[in-house]
Design a protein around this ligand. Structure first.
Ligand SMILES: NC(=O)c1ccc[n+]([C@@H]2O[C@H](COP(=O)([O-])OP(=O)(O)OC[C@H]3O[C@@H](n4cnc5c(N)ncnc54)[C@H](OP(=O)(O)O)[C@@H]3O)[C@@H](O)[C@H]2O)c1
Length: 401
């Protein structure tokens, strides 16, 4: 089967002045790690804008340290608090979803898209539409609106740099000049905290057990996604859009050490991989300094000490979310959008103590069954499907709580 057309690797641009940067979701796990890197190279970066949802204290503290021109909080009720916290600092302050989009529209060279979930779609798209270099952490954007997003990237001449460690790894070893030589992609997965749990025990898992990832320190939603392996399913869809590979040529392998971040198999049998310690600052730094490289404090790999790297296939019985995501990708149309929206609702309910861990995949499956698949022609279609899926998923959740 021919490789479907995919995104072309961008031509690197080297700037002679500090790179101006905007961080959408600066208070999150990826956002804070991006700031950690920025602060290690003062003078090389200038911050244009920072945004958060409602964590005003942290946002204001970041703003005082980094001196952005503009900060926005999505939750309008937090405007006064943010305004007061930054009073006299000479920093423009705004609130509301439109204010977050306005942050993305401001003229920075580089944008980190690190808002979690479909809430980041409009602002990420705004950055893409002005042709920025966009570091993509927010995988849900590509899952719920992948084709539209990739079309916009091509149309607007934006540059997309994958931040997810797996896709960043593939980006580093993928031969964009000879795409026909790529046979398949192999995404590695840690297996999450429940890799060795049986289903009965998984059914009793608490939110705090689900977010306790063995290797990575991440936000709550992605941590639960890792525990269900929905995260890997979302990543299969993400890889399909980023690298133009069909679903049946994207393999998933459980690799508990999280050292090999992903691999590309070529037609001659060569397999190229990117390795590193499990620290998101490495892929973030790759995107931040691209096309150059910057030093990071990430722990250096000591393979002699690690001794053994192991790999195993994922268990489809205990982790049905992976199959659901693959089926959604094969169905195409609105199925991935429904999958992602229903998953957000289910994870939110699980974290709030509403449903059990095993209910998450079941809520997603039932929502997919209840909503007929349809084509997505424009962004309005995506929003409509996203909202409908959330409504149905909430109703399904209700029946289980
Ligand atoms: N964390 C990782 O290591 C990692 C690795 C690979 C990929 N990713 C992806 O990167 C994205 C971010 O993950 P994360 O772990 O950094 O998430 P996180 O820690 O939960 O942070 C999410 C960020 O988005 C903001 N936000 C949440 N809802 C929002 C809304 N409705 N409008 C505007 N801003 C909103 C949050 O603001 P508040 O702080 O004010 O709530 C926060 O700044 C996700 O798509 C995830 O899958 C993360």
């Amino acid at each position: 089967m021919a490789i479907t057309s995919g995104w072309q690797a961008p031509a690197p641009t080297v700037l002679a002045r500090p790179r101006t940067v905007t961080i959408l979701g600066s208070t999150g796990s990826v956002g804070c790690q991006t700031i950690d890197l920025l602060e290690r190279e003062p003078g090389r970066y200038q911050v244009e804008a920072l945004t958060a949802n409602n964590r005003v204290d942290l946002l204001a503290e970041q703003a005082r340290r980094l001196r952005p021109r503009y900060v926005a909080v999505a939750d309008e009720s937090r405007y006064r608090d943010l305004k007061d916290a930054l009073s006299g600092e000479g920093i423009e302050v705004a609130a509301g979803q439109d204010a977050v989009i306005a942050a993305a529209e401001r003229p920075s060279d580089w944008v980190m898209a690190a808002i979690v979930g479909a809430a980041g779609l409009k602002s990420t798209l705004a950055a893409v539409r002005r042709g920025a270099v966009v570091a993509f952490a927010n995988k849900e954007c590509l899952v719920c609106a992948g084709e539209l997003m990739m079309r916009e990237i091509e149309l607007r001449g934006a540059t997309l740099l994958p931040v997810d460690s797996e896709h960043n790894a593939i980006f580093q070893v993928f031969d964009f000049e000879r795409r026909e030589a790529v046979e398949k992609l192999i995404l590695t997965a840690s297996g999450g905290p429940f890799r060795q749990w049986d289903r009965a025990r998984m059914g009793q898992a608490s939110p705090s057990e689900a977010v306790a990832h063995p290797n990575w320190d991440m936000g709550a939603k992605i941590s639960v996604d890792s525990a269900t392996m929905m995260n890997k399913g979302l990543e299969v869809i993400e890889a399909h859009h980023l690298f133009g590979m069909p679903e049946d040529r994207i393999e998933v392998l459980v690799h508990p050490q999280s050292v090999v971040h992903s691999m590309v198999t070529y037609v001659d049998g060569s397999v190229l991989a990117q390795l590193g310690s499990p620290d998101m600052r490495t892929p973030i730094a790759y995107a931040l300094a691209w096309p150059a490289r910057m030093a990071t404090p990430s722990q250096r790999l000591d393979l002699g000490q690690i001794g053994k790297l192991t790999f195993e296939p994922p268990d489809p019985e205990r982790f049905p979310a992976l199959r659901l995501a693959r089926d959604a990708l094969k169905s195409a149309g609105s199925a991935p959008t429904i999958l992602s929206a229903a998953n957000e609702i289910a994870v939110e309910s699980f974290l709030g103590g509403g449903i059990g861990f095993l209910d998450i995949a079941e809520v997603v499956e039932e929502t997919l069954e209840r909503i007929p698949n349809a084509g997505l022609k424009c962004l309005d279609d995506v929003h409509e499907v996203d909202e409908a899926a959330r409504r149905v998923a909430r109703a399904v959740v209700e029946t289980r709580t």
